[in-house]
Write a protein that binds this ligand. Structure first.
Ligand SMILES: Cc1cc2nc3c(=O)[nH]c(=O)nc-3n(C[C@H](O)[C@H](O)[C@H](O)COP(=O)(O)OP(=O)(O)OC[C@H]3O[C@@H](n4cnc5c(N)ncnc54)[C@H](O)[C@@H]3O)c2cc1C
Length: 418
């Protein structure tokens, strides 16, 4: 396959603001972070504005110029999808709304003064605040890992990986080591194996004793089969000790082992982003912000926190493998559900109506396992292979943001021009 460069790169420099029409005396809602939690909350609020007894103005603060539909990021590597499909520009997504988009970083929140300090722009005053900053890569602690590995979290990471692959593909053999056998590691290993074909030698290394630790066993088995079918070597119970320019050292079966690599991908987990400025509350041991069942901040009912950065309660969550978990997972699925739930509660709060506790509904698990293939498990069923690939693609299509964007993507998939 001849790699094509991605057609655009996301920047994080400030962009011109979208024109906003702010009615005088409007209730000011500020949403910080435009990912699955923040953007879907903003869109749900916009849809329900007519339910509000008072005029409302909504400001979205987001440093990126493009929304990232992360579950489909892997498809860029096999050119199954293009960047515009999975990373649409916020300007396009919000063009028919009155949302005021600030492409900027929130650097400090003053809960007493109700202001958000931005890196570039003027401070924003709010009546109601929504915080949805997501996660970031766990800071690499293994010697050499920062200098000699690539992450895979953002569109920019995917573009950097694409450029590296384009350089390596001239070789007869390309040795790739993926550190981490969680969902990202497994999905990357399968996609890269399909992209590189016979010249690819893919190895996955993980310190734990199983792949996809928190996933159902049927899904683990399907993933193990997909890896084996592609000849991916998997080392479990293997702690990576050091990384250098030529490969990595890990302990395996009591012995140090060196694995040479042309490319090392680091997928050993993410951590929730911390509160900008001084945190209002002690974070949980996992680094999340504690919230009420309504996703309001304790002691600050006009502030909502959701998505990966919030310890969103999910009592009675079905988890046979880890009964101690009573939090919603740090997934797009959970943040996507929490966005509209926060929008509902915000409008209820403004209208002086009762709020609802957030109820996380686990709809199942999906992973891509190579080009056109996936495993989809939910409601007692597990679909794999090409059928799984098609099911996953359509399940995600339904969740792309805005009707207009879904429609553009659908027309493209069905081969309509214009
Ligand atoms: C490669 C990859 C694949 C994934 N695949 C899946 C999957 O298949 N299924 C699944 O359920 N989940 C998946 N996830 C996890 C999923 O992306 C997250 O759980 C989800 O995005 C969390 O939503 P969020 O709104 O909390 O954060 P995000 O969607 O990450 O959004 C946070 C936003 O806040 C912005 N931000 C950060 N700091 C600031 C600041 N100081 N000021 C203003 N804005 C800020 C960021 O730019 C970002 O846009 C994947 C993640 C990755 C990286």
């Amino acid at each position: 396959m001849s790699p094509k460069p991605f057609s655009h790169a996301p920047g994080d420099s400030p962009a011109p603001r979208l024109p906003s029409s702010r009615p005088a005396g409007a209730v000011k809602i500020c949403i910080v972070g435009g990912g699955f939690g923040g953007l879907y909350c903003a869109l749900a609020l916009h849809q329900r504005l007519r339910q509000s007894p008072r005029p409302i103005s909504i400001t979205l603060v987001e440093p990126r110029d493009r929304f990232h539909f992360t579950p489909l990021l892997y498809e860029l590597l096999t050119q199954e999808l293009a960047p515009w499909e999975i990373a649409p520009a916020y300007r396009d997504l919000l063009q028919h709304t009155n949302l005021d988009l600030r492409q900027d970083w929130a650097e400090h929140i003053d809960l007493a003064q109700q202001t958000v300090t931005l890196r570039h722009g003027e401070p924003l005053a709010y009546d109601y605040l929504v915080m949805a900053l997501g996660s970031q890569m766990r800071p690499p602690a293994t010697p050499g890992s920062q200098a000699h590995t690539l992450p895979f979290v953002t569109l920019q990471d995917a573009e950097r990986l694409e450029r590296r692959l384009a350089d390596l593909e001239a070789r007869s053999t390309v040795r790739v080591v993926v550190a981490g056998a969680g969902p990202s590691g497994v999905e990357l290993a399968c996609k890269l194996s399909d992209r590189l074909g016979p010249r690819g030698q893919i190895t996955v290394v993980d310190r734990r004793g199983e792949i996809l630790r928190s996933y159902p066993q049927r899904l683990q088995r399907a993933a193990a089969r997909a890896l084996a079918k592609r000849g991916v070597e998997v080392y479990l119970d293997a702690a990576i000790e050091a990384v250098d320019a030529g490969g990595l050292t890990f302990g395996y079966a009591g012995q140090p082992r060196y694995c040479s690599a042309d490319l090392i991908l680091w997928t050993v987990g993410t951590v929730p982003r911390s509160w900008p400025g001084s945190a209002p509350l002690q974070p949980t041991p996992f680094g999340q912000c504690p919230v009420r069942p309504t996703l309001q901040l304790l002691d600050h009912p006009n502030v909502f926190v959701l998505g990966d950065m919030a310890a969103m309660p999910a009592p009675g969550r079905n988890s046979q493998r880890d009964p101690s978990r009573n939090r919603a997972p740090t997934t797009a699925q959970a943040a996507y559900q929490a966005g509209p739930a926060v929008a509902y509660n915000l409008l209820a709060l403004i209208a002086n109506r009762p709020l609802r506790p957030f109820v996380y509904n686990h709809l199942g698990d999906m992973l891509t396992l190579g080009q056109g293939e996936a495993v989809v498990c939910g409601f007692g069923l597990c679909i794999t292979g090409r059928l799984g690939g098609v099911s996953r693609r359509w399940a995600y299509w339904l969740r792309l943001p805005t009707h207009a964007h879904r429609w553009r993507v659908l027309k493209h998939w069905l081969g309509f021009k214009g």
